[in-house]
Ligand binder design. Structure first.
Ligand SMILES: Cc1cc2nc3c(=O)[nH]c(=O)nc-3n(C[C@H](O)[C@H](O)[C@H](O)COP(=O)(O)O)c2cc1C
Length: 179
């Protein structure tokens, strides 16, 4: 039996009261029943120790994240923009692995309270992806006014729903053609 591609959805902020959690949960709910992929919701707070631990440190506490990276074909990262950048905890998470990201694809779903949807986080995380070999696909989602994003999945906007499926399809295609 051919193993389906595993595309985890990574929530990149551990902030208490984070609004982005609603978005990550919605992305997960929309993708979890697709027949052509497997997914899992990964909460950054469950995979970091609050300080940088590089993969060569020999610290077993980072193994759960390293196992996720090893089995993932691609990633969807849901992240807010903090001071025009990415949350520090997301960087701590990514720094827990190095070579195993190489040539895997990643899509970003950014969020913000304001009207720009956190688009600057995409530009600012790009050098990090470049350093670790993750390939950012051009399909992305930017959720503005995230405080108004519904918890109730029945109230999700059709445009958001179709963008999430587009991201999954583009990540799956990237597996085949190896962008
Ligand atoms: C430390 C910090 C920095 C922030 N910087 C920005 C920013 O640069 N641009 C922006 O649009 N929103 C910024 N925000 C507001 C977020 O857009 C807002 O908190 C939103 O709800 C998404 O983040 P959350 O998932 O933490 O709730 C910032 C919030 C925090 C906590």
């Amino acid at each position: 039996m051919i193993k389906k591609p595993f595309i985890p959805i990574v929530l990149g902020t551990a902030r208490e009261g984070r609004q982005s959690e609603k978005v990550a949960k919605a992305v997960y709910a929309l993708l979890k029943d697709r027949a052509d992929m497997e997914t899992q919701l990964i909460d950054v707070k469950d995979y970091i120790q609050g300080r940088t631990i590089p993969p060569w440190a020999g610290d077993e506490s980072i193994n759960p994240w390293r196992e996720i990276v090893a089995s993932a074909s691609a990633f969807i990262i849901v992240t807010p923009e903090y001071n025009h950048g990415y949350p520090g905890e997301l960087k701590i998470l990514l720094d827990q692995e190095k070579d195993a990201y190489k040539d895997k694809s990643v899509a970003i779903c950014s969020t913000s309270r304001g009207g720009f949807g956190g688009i600057r986080v995409i530009e600012n995380i790009l050098p990090v992806f470049h350093a670790i070999g993750l390939k950012l696909i051009s399909t992305s989602i930017s959720v503005s006014k995230v405080e108004e994003f519904p918890e109730d999945l029945a109230k999700l906007d059709e445009h958001f729903k179709s963008k999430v499926q587009n991201i999954a399809e583009d990540l799956l295609k990237s597996q085949v053609i190896g962008i």
